[in-house]
Design a protein around this ligand. Structure first.
Ligand SMILES: Nc1ncnc2c1ncn2[C@H]1C[C@H](O)[C@@H](COP(=O)(O)OP(=O)(O)O)O1
Ligand SMILES: [Mg+2]
Length: 181
């Protein structure tokens, strides 16, 4: 899954899991779980995430890999949300884990993403859902993450969905892309 902060990745992932039973791995959720554990590593991660910056590549990749291995016996396939955040992360993923078969690009306008995140911030309890951090996350998304989409476009595996539409209509497009796999 690729798409800006607040574009609707988490929302669509939930629906994908319900329909297709894939193993959903959200790099953000994995990191937030580490923070919640109160570990030393969690404290360092918390400081980075609060600033809206990217955590070190190896840390995220190791966490994803561990989570994938833990489900290897039972998984019907993996749905990875929020990774890669930059081209280098995509290259490392392929070296250490493997090549993705599809990149779902959840596309929404910057203005829409800000609005959704501000609204989500009212109840999410996420320390990065505030106006200042949201701006930084968006800037970083356009600078670092959008090139990831171009990288996979070159391979012909990008499927774009219009996340300006209501959730169920977006999911209609998502399901069509997955069914064609
Ligand atoms: N298609 C859509 N229309 C309206 N609101 C949507 C939407 N998709 C998601 N949302 C809402 C749900 C959340 O409160 C907020 C951000 O969605 P999310 O799934 O948490 O995004 P992401 O995981 O990409 O950061 O926007
Ligand atoms: Mg999310």
């Amino acid at each position: 899954m690729a798409g800006g902060p607040g574009s609707g990745k988490g929302t669509q992932c939930e629906k994908i899991v319900a329909k297709y039973g894939y193993t959903h791995l959200s790099s953000g959720d994995l990191l937030r779980a580490e923070v919640a554990s109160g570990s030393e590593r969690g404290k360092q991660l918390q400081a980075i995430m609060q600033k809206g910056e990217l955590v070190p590549l190896d840390t995220v990749l190791d966490m994803i890999k561990d989570a994938m291995i833990a489900k290897a016996d039972v998984s019907k396939g993996y749905l990875i949300d929020g990774y890669p955040r930059e081209v280098k992360q995509g290259e490392e993923f392929e070296k250490k884990i493997g090549k993705p078969c599809m990149l779902l690009y959840v596309d929404a306008r910057g203005e829409t993403m800000v609005k959704r995140l501000m609204k989500r911030g009212e109840t999410s309890g996420r320390s990065d859902d505030n106006e200042e951090t949201i701006k930084k996350r968006l800037d970083l998304y356009y600078k670092a993450t959008e090139p990831v989409i171009a990288f996979y476009e070159g391979r012909g595996i990008v499927r774009k969905v219009d996340s300006e539409l209501p959730v169920d209509e977006v999911f209609g497009q998502v399901a069509k892309a997955i069914d064609a796999l």
